[in-house]
Design a protein around this ligand. Structure first.
Ligand SMILES: [Zn+2]
Length: 420
């Protein structure tokens, strides 16, 4: 059979692997978000001939191309967990809104989003399923709620697609399931193929003491990703007592409610609920204005300062050196967050604005670090390992590591076709 890499090949973004065997199917169909128009997977021949899409999780770099593919001819079931379906719904609708605000002209509309969601067939972790005679199973990938690694048996061979994976337990999630049977071909993410994370418990401690230190004299802005990071940071904060209130603003709120309705995907849902009780949710502009009159800890989207209510907080609070901005996630190269880290400035309404508050970044990654990725490869010991979803040097470095274990390994380029 052939594997064709339509994206996420020596890059992070637009994940999409086509498997062309007795049947043709896709692992993921994502977009790559850039400052300009989002990039889509490369051309897929005969979309109508695709028998199914296995969707690993609800992040846009894995699901964002589904509406456009639906618009251009994809007519097949999309398999994912119920939490992934709910997250996909929220993020696809939001993506469409943002495209319109940016005056881009997406080639699809709301109907295509709904149609794509209508094609979803929900799958449970650990359950055997069939697509036109092909057996497959989803397992918890520990990355965000609902995320899955997907094992497919086709032509007598087992393929494992890790999706985005985190093997380490966090406040919010259990670590990924890794006890797979013999795998012939592993398609593995490599986001941190060359970098280790700091020890999570230590990082958490350092983060909480920094929040405490700043909140004694000023306000703290905590830019967070809406899905997963917001809830995890909220749970960390709830463990401690602060002298100022904790607020949550932006899309993170609806995602928190969604998680409470999907308890099976959360490590300890009662802890999530208890933590949410310690937080005041901001529902309107007036409430935001009111909250800003006093000191507070503000959990708000977006995590890379690209839009959302965080802009208002930066505008109101960013000038005061007693305040602090603690970034809790990875900042891509052309993001406002990266600009803040490197130059102490952000772009708001097309103007470059100096930030005088203190700025610090913490690493609460939802991806396995280099050490864990290598452990995973060593544990699975496939015949063939293919590294995707990482930059060129990270994917090549992981391939080199796998080769050192005697595994046939590579880091394919975009549109490369591999025979496995
Ligand atoms: Zn992801």
């Amino acid at each position: 059979m052939q594997l064709i890499f339509h994206g996420a090949a020596r890059e992070v973004g637009r994940s999409c692997v086509e498997v062309a065997s007795e049947k043709r199917f896709l692992f993921d169909a994502g977009i790559k978000i850039t400052a300009e128009q989002p990039e889509h997977p490369t051309h897929i021949d005969d979309l109508r001939g695709i028998a199914g899409v296995f969707l690993s999780h609800g992040h846009l770099d894995h699901c964002g191309a589904l509406p456009l593919l639906d618009h251009t001819g994809l007519r097949c079931p999309i398999f994912c967990t119920s939490a992934t379906k709910a997250i996909t719904r929220i993020l696809l609708k939001d993506a469409l809104k943002i495209e319109r605000i940016k005056h881009h002209h997406p080639a699809y509309d709301k109907n295509d989003v709904f149609k794509a969601l209508d094609s979803v067939q929900k799958v449970r972790y650990g359950q055997k399923n069939y697509l036109e005679g092909i057996e497959f199973a989803f397992q918890d990938a520990g990355h965000i709620p609902g995320s899955a690694s997907i094992m497919v048996e086709v032509e007598g061979k087992r393929i494992l697609y890790t999706g985005d994976i985190n093997t380490t337990q966090t406040m919010l999630l259990k670590g990924a399931f890794v006890n797979f049977p013999k795998i012939n071909t592993l398609i593995c993410e490599s986001t941190y193929g060359e970098k280790d994370h700091p020890e999570r418990k230590k990082e958490e401690k350092a983060f909480l003491s920094k929040v405490k230190e700043i909140s004694d004299t000023g306000s703290v802005i905590l830019p967070v990703f809406a899905v997963g990071r917001a809830q995890e940071v909220m749970m960390m904060l709830a463990k401690k007592d602060f002298s100022v209130p904790i607020y949550m603003d932006g899309m993170a709120k609806s995602v928190t409610e969604l998680f409470e309705q999907e308890p099976g995907f959360i490590r300890d849902v009662s802890l999530l609920q208890k933590s949410a009780e310690k937080v005041e949710f901001i529902e309107s502009r007036d409430e935001r204005e009111e909250a800003l009159k006093k000191k507070g800890i503000f959990l708000t989207t977006s995590g890379m300062l690209s839009g959302g209510p965080v802009i208002k907080y930066l505008t109101e609070l960013g000038d005061n050196p007693n305040n602090g901005i603690l970034l809790t996630g990875y900042q891509t190269e052309d993001s406002n967050g990266r600009l803040l880290l490197e130059e102490g400035r952000v772009i708001i309404d097309n103007k470059l604005i100096k930030i005088n508050s203190q700025v610090k970044q913490f690493d609460f990654s939802a991806h396995a670090g280099m050490r864990e990725l290598k452990e995973l490869v060593r544990k699975i010991m496939p015949e063939h390992a293919i590294f995707v979803h990482g930059d060129k040097s990270a994917t090549l470095s992981m391939a080199k590591f796998a080769e050192s274990l005697g595994i046939k390994a590579c880091a394919p380029k975009t549109d490369e076709i591999l025979e496995v």
